[in-house]
Ligand binder design. Structure first.
Ligand SMILES: [Zn+2]
Ligand SMILES: [Zn+2]
Length: 374
């Protein structure tokens, strides 16, 4: 009973204070050292016990792991070693540029506050940001190609739904979401497309829920090739809102088709490794495969291999392919790019250009869902 009450309390707290989100930056890099510099606004660097170091606009603040503590220097002048650091803004206009030094990575700009500690012997940089700043940053990182406003609104609602559904994913590590593909890619604040910020603001708080008012798994991919897939064909688990739909919007988009050539010899060896029998007697034409609508398996006689496995093993763009042959080679003619479940980004862009609203687009790709204010 006590656990239920604690859970409800945490859930309630998250709902009420959902305006902020904490994200681990450069989470997939084993970060040892980084340089912080103020890009805009004003910041103070708190080092514990309410002590702070004042920093000015062009100061370079180097933060490094040093034998289990965090060393700080400002413009190469050492300021001491600390257990935790906290960059706090003095107003809400702050934006910080962070340049990882070890390993050396491209600098990124983020808004909000930054809490720095050591996790093992890597630097943990947690950005505490306004959720809509985060969403706009994710939309720009995940699908920021030039598009119509209704597409950006759609993508903002999807990214918000995904973030809120996974809010407790990293709580035991001291933050809510990471900035990698494990959660959602977040390469910085939205900087290049003001429409994205506007779309995020207009749709602020909106999320997609199923018939039981539960946040949906808002899956999306680049291009479905003409048919999206059922959830169970990708992740084993069926979801009533992730069911295959016929999509004619994406058929002329950049990732609509692909092809790849594999030698007959290599393909037969692959089939043998996957338990196919009598492979030495197979003729090239018997290796051909026709997939006008999405299938789950590639089969010859009673032997089969899941298309999902073929896609992974051969790093194909999708599982939606047919195979034709010449004497010594097989030509894989594929459609679409990505896992194929949920929203097809290139189809959604075309729908938006044709004047469909974000409600039309979301209801087209997710079956029987509702859009509500969280
Ligand atoms: Zn994550
Ligand atoms: Zn599509």
């Amino acid at each position: 009973m006590r656990y239920i009450i604690i859970f409800l309390f945490i859930y309630h707290s998250i709902s009420v204070y959902a305006q902020k989100v904490s994200i681990s930056l450069f989470n997939d890099s084993n970060l040892k050292s980084a340089i912080f510099s103020i890009y805009s606004g004003e910041y103070k660097l708190f080092t514990g016990n309410d002590k702070s170091i004042s920093i000015k606009k062009n100061d370079l603040v180097t933060v490094s792991d040093k034998s289990g503590r965090i060393s700080v220097s400002v413009n190469s002048i050492p300021k001491g070693n600390f257990d935790r650091l906290d960059f706090r803004e003095t107003d809400s206009t702050g934006c910080m540029k962070i340049k990882p030094v070890f390993p050396s990575l491209e600098p990124r700009r983020y808004k909000g506050e930054f809490k720095i500690s050591l996790l093992g012997n890597k630097l943990l940089i947690v950005n505490v940001a306004d959720i809509d700043e985060y969403i706009a940053g994710v939309v720009e990182s995940e699908g920021g190609e030039k598009s119509a406003m209704e597409y950006y609104k759609t993508q903002a609602i999807i990214c918000r739904t995904y973030a809120l559904a996974h809010f407790d994913r990293h709580l035991n590590e001291g933050f809510q979401l990471c900035d990698g593909i494990h959660c959602q890619v977040y390469l910085g604040m939205s900087f290049f497309r003001p429409e994205i910020k506007e779309a995020t603001k207009i749709t602020s708080g909106l999320v997609i829920v199923d018939q039981d008012n539960k946040l949906v798994t808002a899956a999306f991919h680049s291009n479905c090739g003409g048919y999206t897939v059922n959830s169970e064909d990708v992740w084993s688990l069926p979801k009533p809102y992730l069911v295959s739909v016929c999509d004619s919007f994406c058929l002329k988009s950049p990732h609509a088709v692909w092809d790849k050539t594999i030698t007959v010899r290599k393909w037969i060896s692959y089939l043998r490794d996957n338990g196919f029998r009598n492979t030495e007697t197979l003729k090239p034409c018997q290796l051909c495969f026709n997939q006008p609508r999405r299938k789950q398996y590639y089969s010859i006689g009673n032997d089969s291999v899941p298309l999902k496995k073929i896609r992974n093993d051969w790093e194909l763009r999708s599982t939606f392919f047919s195979i034709t042959n010449t004497d010594s080679t097989l030509v894989f003619k594929g459609r679409g790019y990505g896992h194929g479940a949920g929203l097809c980004q290139e189809g959604a862009m075309v729908m938006a250009e044709k004047g469909k609203s974000y409600v039309d687009i979301i209801s087209f790709y997710y079956t029987n869902v509702k859009i509500i204010k969280h």
